[in-house]
Design a binder for this molecule. Structure first.
Ligand SMILES: NC(=O)c1ccc[n+]([C@@H]2O[C@H](COP(=O)([O-])OP(=O)(O)OC[C@H]3O[C@@H](n4cnc5c(N)ncnc54)[C@H](O)[C@@H]3O)[C@@H](O)[C@H]2O)c1
Length: 258
C-alpha cells in the first residue's frame, strides 16, 4: 500500500537529481516505495528513463536537465509548480568526482566539480523557495560524502562535499521558519555498478577489501543503506530533524583508536 505523510492526503512530490545514477536510481525507487511521486532528473535522459521504467507508476516525470544551467533548472521547477502545485522533497544526488593530486589539479576539473556538486543543489533549492513558501513545508536531502570531513586526498571533491554541508546548514537556518528542513547524507564508498567498473583505481578489489576492514562495522555500503537514510530524512518521521549530516559509512567517520 502507498504510504502518505498524512492519512488520505495526496502523495508527496519528490525530485531526485542524478536519478539515472547508481545511487539516485535506488533512492528514487525507495522514495516511490515510501509513497512519493518521483520526478526523475538527470543530464542523461536514457539513464533517467531506465529508472522510470524500474519504478513504474510512481515516476511522475522524466527530465533531461543540466543542473548547473540556471535557465534549465528554473524551467524544471516552474513546470513542477504548474503540473503538481508543490514540491515536497528535493534530493540532490547528481554529482561528479575527478580524481587528481593537488599539484596537478586542473582548474576546469575544480570548476566542474564545484558547479555540479554545489552550485547545482543551490540553483534547485533557490528556484524551489517560492513553492516552499506557499506550501509552508519542504524537505531537502543533499548527498554529500564521507570525504566532506576528511579521509580523502582529493581536493576538488572533498571541498565540494564540505561546501554542500555548508549549504545544507545555511538552508536549515534560513528556511526553517518556512517549515523547510535541510539535511545531508554522507556515504562512504558505495557498491554501485559505476564504482565496480572504475578503471582509475588500480587494484579496486584490494582497495575495497582494505576499506571494508577499516570500518568499525567491517562492511561496505550498499545503495539501499543510503536510500533508507534519505527516505527517512525526507519523511515526516524526521519532522524535527534539520541541519544534520547523517553518515552512512559503517562508522568510518570515527577516528580510529591509535
Ligand atoms: N557512489 C559512491 O561511492 C558515493 C559515495 C559518497 C557520495 N557519493 C555521492 O552520491 C551521489 C550519487 O553518486 P552515484 O554513485 O549515483 O554516481 P553516478 O555517477 O552513478 O551518478 C551520478 C548521476 O549524476 C548525473 N549528473 C552528473 N552531472 C550532472 C549535471 N550537471 N546535471 C544533471 N545530472 C548530472 C549523471 O548523469 C549520473 O547519472 C553523488 O553526489 C556522489 O558524489 C557517491
Amino acid at each position: 500500500m502507498e504510504r502518505t505523510d498524512t492519512e488520505g492526503s495526496t502523495p508527496r512530490v519528490a525530485v531526485v537529481t542524478g536519478a539515472g545514477g547508481g545511487l539516485g536510481s535506488v533512492i528514487a525507487g525507495e522514495l516511490a516505495r515510501d509513497g512519493c511521486r518521483v520526478v526523475l532528473v538527470d543530464r542523461d535522459r536514457t539513464a533517467a528513463e531506465q529508472t522510470a521504467a524500474a519504478i513504474g507508476g510512481a515516476a511522475a516525470m522524466v527530465r533531461a536537465v543540466d543542473i548547473t544551467a540556471q535557465g534549465e533548472v528554473r524551467e524544471l521547477i516552474d513546470d513542477i509548480g504548474a503540473r503538481f502545485g508543490r514540491l515536497d522533497v528535493l534530493v540532490n544526488s547528481a554529482g561528479v568526482e575527478r580524481v587528481h593530486p593537488l599539484e596537478t589539479l586542473d582548474e576546469s576539473d575544480w570548476d566542474l566539480t564545484m558547479d555540479v556538486n554545489v552550485k547545482g543543489p543551490m540553483l534547485l533549492s533557490r528556484a524551489a523557495v517560492p513553492l516552499w513558501r506557499e506550501q509552508k513545508s519542504g524537505a531537502v536531502v543533499n548527498i554529500s560524502s564521507r570525504a566532506w570531513s576528511g579521509g580523502s586526498a582529493n581536493a576538488s571533491y572533498a571541498s565540494s562535499k564540505a561546501a554542500l554541508v555548508g549549504l545544507t546548514v545555511s538552508m536549515a537556518v534560513e528556511l526553517g521558519p518556512l517549515g523547510v528542513r535541510a539535511n545531508a547524507v554522507a556515504p562512504s564508498f558505495v557498491r554501485t555498478p559505476f564504482n565496480e567498473s572504475r578503471t582509475d583505481v588500480p587494484d579496486l578489489a584490494g582497495m575495497i577489501e582494505r576499506y571494508t576492514a577499516f570500518t568499525p562495522l567491517r562492511r561496505l555500503i550498499d545503495p539501499s543503506d543510503v536510500a533508507h537514510a534519505v527516505t527517512f530524512l525526507a519523511s515526516e518521521r524526521a519532522r524535527n530533524i534539520t541541519g544534520e549530516v547523517l553518515h552512512v559509512c559503517a562508522g568510518s567517520q570515527l577516528p580510529p583508536v591509535p
